[in-house]
Design a protein around this ligand. Structure first.
Ligand SMILES: Cc1ncc(COP(=O)(O)OP(=O)(O)O)c(N)n1
Ligand SMILES: Cc1ncsc1CCOP(=O)(O)O
Length: 213
């Protein structure tokens, strides 16, 4: 699927920790029904063969909503499953190396916590940046925090679009107004909700207000 910056508006990133009453597949379907514009499968503990099998099923689901599926960290699993792209951080394969081995429309997202990292990712061929953590994150408690000024600075330093990440909820998203990002990437703010579909829809409405869309 060809990347467009509108896909970043409400980027739902999974966390199996919140499953129980529902499967991950059902939770993702609810997020899609609520209007999530991009999905990232973030699985830190699944063996690669299971990751690929899960990703294949979830890709079909996402595509039935015309939403791209991105795989966290694992380029091989993303390619094998036919997912739309990969999101990498500084411990993962370099963006420029990924770009050399993937099909033309393959989406590459990269984490940037500084303007230097943002420029390097852009030069390497990243389609978008994930910038954060903008608030304390229940999902990644050791994530380095960045200020709102740093968020603005990073977004302004590059021409690729960026998505803010880290502890974003419907209650605090307003604090990011003027941040120059194209959207928000959210884990617990979506997947810990009792009603994921409703929360996703409310959060999306709020983001549109904050970004003046
Ligand atoms: C959209 C988005 N932005 C940032 C991240 C963080 O990625 P990374 O730095 O690789 O950390 P982990 O997700 O691997 O813990 C992300 N996943 N998504
Ligand atoms: C992967 C990642 N990178 C920075 S914060 C974070 C986790 C975001 O999860 P939450 O939305 O629950 O804070």
């Amino acid at each position: 699927m060809k990347f467009h910056k509108d896909m970043l508006l409400l980027y739902a990133v999974t966390d199996r920790k919140w499953t129980g009453r529902q499967t991950l597949y059902e939770q993702i379907e609810d997020a899609l029904k609520g209007g999530a514009t991009m999905i990232q499968l973030r699985e830190k503990d699944l063996p690669e063969s299971r990751l690929v099998a899960e990703a294949e099923k979830i890709k079909e689901l996402c595509h039935s909503y015309h939403v791209p599926l991105i795989i966290n960290d694992n380029v091989k699993a993303a390619l094998l499953s036919g997912a739309d792209g990969v999101h990498v951080g500084k411990e993962d394969m370099a963006v420029s190396d990924i770009r050399k081995i993937v099909p033309e429309d393959f989406i590459i997202g990269a984490t940037a916590k500084t303007t230097e990292q943002a420029k390097k990712a852009e030069q390497g061929g990243a389609d978008y940046l994930g910038v954060g953590a903008v608030f304390p994150s229940p999902t990644k408690q050791d994530a380095i925090r960045i200020t709102r000024d740093q968020l603005k600075e990073i977004c302004s330093a590059v021409s690729v679009p960026a998505v803010a990440i880290g502890g974003i909820t419907r209650q605090n998203i307003e604090e990011l107004a003027g941040g120059k990002m194209a959207g928000a990437a959210v884990v617990s703010g979506i997947f810990s909700a009792q009603d994921i579909q409703k929360e996703t829809a409310l959060l999306k409405k709020k983001i549109q207000e904050v970004l003046n869309l």
